[in-house]
Design a protein around this ligand. Sequence first.
Ligand code: ADP
Length: 292
Amino acid sequence: MREFDVVVVGSLNLDLVTRTTRLPGPGETVIGASYAEFPGGKGLNQAVAAARAGASVALVGAVGDDHAGTRLRAVAADEGIDVTHLATIDGQPTGRAIISVDDSGENSIIVVPGANARTAPADLPVGRVVVAQLEIPLTTVTEAFRMARGRGATTVLNPAPASALPTALLANCDVVVPNEHEVELLGGADRLLDAGVSQIVVTRGGAGVDVITRAPSLHLDAFPVDPVDTTGAGDAFCGALSSRLAAGDPLLTAVHFAAAAGALATTKPGAVPSQPYRSDIETMAASRPTIG
Ligand code: ADP
């Protein structure tokens, strides 16, 4: 059986974005100024991030039998991502995020999980690193990590959106990568250490990254950039981190590379289009010595 560097178990969404002068109230209709569709979902974003960072990647997920599913499958395949384990669920819509943004930047978002809610780890492909997020059922992530650990893979959990994590899942996580809000909602890094997670990497946007293990914690500053859109920075970080862990880098070296990827992702708009490529990440990573 083929072994991938990184197996991503996660969501795929089509983001439908309308712009309007002001958001409608209940029962109200407003005329929008523009409309556009973007590929998204944390699973797809992180798969693209890992592939562009240099890894061979398989994406385990589910789309519906509609045009959005066909389109998202093509987006992944065009990035060289293996989609053999991307299921098509009859009678379900592909996941959608329906996003309205007003002139002041305020937004309202409805996420319809659709086929993502049917994601199953049934025949998990073999990967050195298996990475998942929480836009698919917790039971699926728990089962995927149990299988992955059983085969000796490294598991990376990005607990987004934050949700209470069952002990059975935490027991099979090697690395947990929350952002600063998610780590608080999970009760703090110490609680994760107590639950058996050995490595916690807290991303703090422009304030950098904390690496928390049983050894004293370490802080890495963010790479200095002029951000234009921070959407997808966390996904760039997780995908790039997974690709370097799969290549055998020690955690701190992988975090250094991932922080460079996260910084680069903020310099372009969008989530999928802003994912940086390996050579650019390496150039930024080399601008500063690795710590540790
Ligand atoms: P999320 O998108 O999940 O909230 P963060 O905003 O913490 O994740 O971003 C992930 C990582 O991307 C950060 O730890 C940092 O390395 C990098 N990053 C994000 N925002 C910036 C920024 N403004 N400047 C430099 N690096 C950034």
